[in-house]
Design a protein around this ligand. Structure first.
Ligand SMILES: *[C@@H]1O[C@H](CO)[C@@H](O)[C@H](O)[C@H]1NC(C)=O
Ligand SMILES: *[C@@H]1O[C@H](CO)[C@@H](O)[C@H](O)[C@H]1NC(C)=O
Ligand SMILES: *[C@@H]1O[C@H](CO)[C@@H](O)[C@H](O)[C@H]1NC(C)=O
Length: 489
């Protein structure tokens, strides 16, 4: 299947309208912005579920941390960079740290790395705390998604071991399980180095805003809240179970006395997923992984058993390469064309569906959400339990802007569209299918036949925030916002 031309299923319905061209900017402003904004809002609003609906329930694992946000170019001195930028699986000294950061900065690619040298790590935190713009926040995929679901009116169960102080960042209505009643917990600290588009680091320029994350975790790699979580799930009886935070196991030294602790922990994750009743939908949130062994574990212990997966463009490429070639991809295009991303989505979908069969799973993958800087894409199987795909895609798109600009209101003067007036739906040369992007109908949806199933694919442009305030955690808000509308209420 590798490299061979893609076999596309038939696309049944298409909305092709040609007048997008008229919205072209003549005087510098993009006239498409206002209609796109209005229509996305209308779609989002039309799908709000009224009062009286049964409150949906979500359970999310695993882990939490204390995030320290730092201005990357203030913390790091480019003059200290003695070697060419390059990537390392884990960081053990200052030179590697600089080279690794520079590597991802140059590509504008999101990354998360384990720092195996605790002394270096503590030192970096001390330096970071001296900078005027450094700030603390709640971190971890599970708690950030949990807060989003809570904000959307869901009942939430969160699996995490956290200190009393960190718990104050979480609304009281969210039930947290994981630690013992009076246990002293030392929170894992993640350092999030942020940079803006066009920022300079020595001779390098960042092609887009993004973040580079480092950690030196002790609690999270062990998924220490897993067992307690398992005790509470049956009674909580969630509509949706979200699995995230497994990337904290990346490059963690797990093999001790002939045991592979990580494989054992992941086996328990698998048991936790497969023990859910059919009425509970399951979602896996991908992340930045570099450890091939861990990625391979995901393809046998997690991916075959979930209904849905969510990820950004880097994570999609990485997952695709692991499934298809058994290889890790460290960075890819940080702003891929729609056609390329959709092809990877289709391939990845089919590869995971094969895994469903291979592993005799009771579940089939029926949903994929890919978020990129320029657009959101959601694929769902027709007739599956996922609802309102177009509205979910619109909501994900609006959330991307709101989160990055850190404002509920969307200011058009701080927005731009990177999507062209039309896009190909595949890079397959034999198929010239194009979708014309119509500003008054910004979410384009069509059907295809994939793995012998009718699937719906929706693509929505993102009103990209040109004055980025926040980047880390955006994916969590976006993925959760996408899921919120898709679970039947
Ligand atoms: C190209 O896509 C169209 C639908 O848009 C489909 O009918 C056709 O079979 C596809 N062609 C190839 C060669 O895959
Ligand atoms: C970091 O600080 C520099 C000034 O030292 C500033 O120009 C840049 O915008 C800041 N970056 C972020 C992500 O805040
Ligand atoms: C992201 O989610 C948090 C809840 O975790 C919420 O407070 C925040 O407003 C959200 N951001 C946006 C812009 O939607």
């Amino acid at each position: 299947m590798a490299g061979a031309p893609l076999k596309l299923g038939s696309m049944v319905s298409f909305c092709i309208v040609l007048y997008a061209v008229y919205y072209r900017n003549r005087d510098g402003g993009d006239e498409r912005l206002s209609p796109v904004h209005q229509q996305l809002l209308a779609l989002e609003r039309a799908s709000v579920v009224g009062a009286g609906a049964r409150q949906p329930r979500v359970a999310l694992g695993y882990g939490a941390c204390h995030d320290l946000f730092v201005n990357a170019t203030q913390l790091l001195d480019a003059r200290r960079l003695r070697h060419a930028p390059q990537h390392y699986n884990d960081i053990s000294n200052k030179d590697q740290f600089l080279e690794s950061f520079a590597y991802f900065f140059k590509h504008g690619a999101a990354a998360e790395r384990f720092v195996s040298n605790s002394e270096l790590y503590d030192d970096l935190i001390e330096q970071a705390l001296k900078l005027p713009d450094s700030r603390w926040a709640l971190g971890g995929n599970a708690p950030l998604m949990a807060r989003r679901f809570h904000m959307e009116g869901w009942k939430v169960l969160l699996a995490a071991k956290m200190s009393k102080k960190l718990k104050t960042y979480i609304p009281e209505e969210i039930s947290i399980v994981g630690g013992e009643a009076n246990e002293e917990v030392k929170d894992d600290v993640h350092m999030i180095l942020e940079y803006k588009a066009d920022e300079k680091f020595g001779s390098l320029t960042a092609p887009r805003a993004n973040r580079y994350i480092v950690h030196n975790d002790e609690n999270n790699p062990l998924l220490s809240s897993l067992e307690k979580f398992g005790e509470y799930i049956p009674e909580f009886n969630p509509n949706l179970l979200v699995i995230s935070g497994l990337q904290m196991m990346d490059n963690y030294p797990f093999k001790k006395d002939g045991r592979d602790l990580r494989a054992e922990r992941l086996e328990l994750v698998k048991q936790q997923i497969v023990s859910q009743p059919a009425s509970t939908l399951t979602h896996f949130e991908m992340a930045s992984y570099v450890d091939l062994e861990l990625l391979l574990h995901l393809t046998t212990k997690v991916l075959p058993f979930v209904d849905s997966v969510g990820m950004n463009e880097q994570e999609l490429s990485n997952l695709y390469r692991v499934l298809e070639f058994g290889q890790v991809s460290v960075v890819t295009d940080s702003n891929p064309r729609v056609a390329a991303a959709l092809d990877q989505m289709r391939n990845t979908f089919q590869l995971i569906r094969n895994k469903n069969q291979q592993h005799g799973s009771n579940r089939r993958l029926t949903r994929m959400h890919v978020h990129t800087l320029a657009y959101q894409a959601i694929l769902t199987v027709r007739g599956s339990n996922w609802k309102r795909t177009a509205a979910a895609t619109a909501k994900a798109s609006l959330t991307a802007h709101r989160y990055v600009c850190n404002s509920q209101n969307i200011a058009l003067e701080k927005s731009k569209l990177l999507l062209d007036d039309s896009f190909s739906t595949t890079t397959d040369n034999d198929n010239t299918s194009r979708v014309f992007f119509e500003p008054t109908k910004p979410v384009s949806c069509w059907d295809e036949l994939l793995d012998n199933e009718q699937v719906e694919i929706c693509v929505a442009p993102v009103l990209i925030c040109t004055e980025a305030q926040l980047t880390a955690g955006a994916g969590d808000n976006i993925s959760a916002a996408g899921l919120v509308l898709q679970v039947e209420k």
